[in-house]
Ligand binder design. Structure first.
Ligand SMILES: [Zn+2]
Length: 321
């Protein structure tokens, strides 16, 4: 099969590689479409805490079951599936609490093990979710970023009628805004880029308003500072985007958090249950995703696709092997 392989930081190749043998509990998926996200740009250009090289990246994957191991009974060849990118142990304290994204032995597709920037990808069958009837592969592949946004919104403690400040209106920020609406809250998106702002009716600069939840979906220290000062009493800041090293530290007035009874939550990745929920929300049209696809490109045109992401000249890019 043809694939993209990252050899070391800022160096990837297109190569032919044989299909892997699978274990009894694994499945080979013929990849239909993969989503490109800012994280892919980051892991290719700068590396990542969880990235082990050399690696085939790609953590947003939908495809068709091509071959299955002996123990796999829940899926048949030809099934359309979404792949939850995590593989969790199911036994550690985090897994037992239902936070398998924090599993002590977490193996993320595209980071610890090979991902979907390829014609085929081998995955454990327990990471598969059948794609509901009535939604296309292009819609279903949004389940991964939408899952991460669901995790963030849940950790924020969203309730109806809350005012939610969202910094950034890239694909994640846009999905967060639409999710906030789906949860009957009031999203206020802050995005300097007019084209991105248009899709969700956002603000160029932060409105003079206090938010019950602030979610920062852009790796920008100024956005975090603004979010902190816009936080309501008992408000919660959700750290959705990491900050690029070495600028990952930020000054916080602890007394403000003390007097206003505020809190801060991190949000990283998603759980398996979020994948099921995300697919259902897309299938039920609670979340519309079609207008977010700005580019459909060949996987092997990755260089140009990454350029578009780096220059923020795109919304969601779908890659086809
Ligand atoms: Zn675990």
């Amino acid at each position: 099969m043809k694939c993209i392989q990252v050899l070391n930081v800022n160096n990837f190749i297109i190569k032919e590689t044989p299909l892997k043998d699978i274990s009894n509990d694994e499945v080979i998926i013929k990849v239909c479409v993969t989503g490109l996200c800012r994280t892919d740009l980051k892991i290719i250009q700068y590396g990542h805490r969880d990235l082990i090289l050399p690696r085939i990246p790609g953590e947003e994957v939908v495809g068709v079951v091509y071959k299955k191991g002996k123990n796999v009974n829940d899926f048949q060849e030809g099934d359309n599936v979404y792949v939850y990118p995590g593989f969790w142990c199911g036994e550690c304290e985090h897994c037992l609490k239902g936070a398998e994204n924090l599993c002590n032995k977490m193996q993320i597709m595209g980071f610890h093990r090979d991902g979907g920037f390829a014609e085929y990808v081998s995955v454990p069958s327990k990471t598969l979710i059948k794609i509901p009837d009535g939604i296309s592969m292009e819609q279903a592949v949004f389940a991964e970023p939408l899952s991460c946004c669901l995790n963030a919104i849940e950790l924020g403690g969203i309730k109806p009628d809350m005012n939610i400040g969202i910094w950034g209106a890239g694909p994640a920020g846009t999905l967060l805004s639409r999710l906030a609406k789906a949860f009957h809250a009031n999203p206020f998106s802050i995005e300097p880029d007019e084209n991105r702002r248009k899709l969700i009716n956002g603000y160029k600069t932060c409105p003079d308003k206090k938010f019950d939840i602030c979610i920062v979906a852009v790796g920008d220290i100024n956005a975090y500072n603004e979010a902190l000062t816009s936080l309501n009493s008992r408000g919660r800041l959700v750290i959705f985007s990491g900050l690029p090293k070495p600028n990952e530290k930020i000054l916080i007035n602890f007394n403000m958090i003390h007097y206003l009874e505020q809190s801060i939550a991190g949000a990283y990745g998603c759980c398996f249950k979020h994948g099921i929920k995300a697919l259902n929300m897309i299938a039920n049209k609670q979340i519309i995703v079609d207008d977010m696809i700005s580019h459909k490109m060949s996987l092997f045109d990755l260089n140009n696709a990454l350029k578009l992401v780096a220059e923020r000249q795109c919304m969601k890019i779908h890659l086809y092997p």
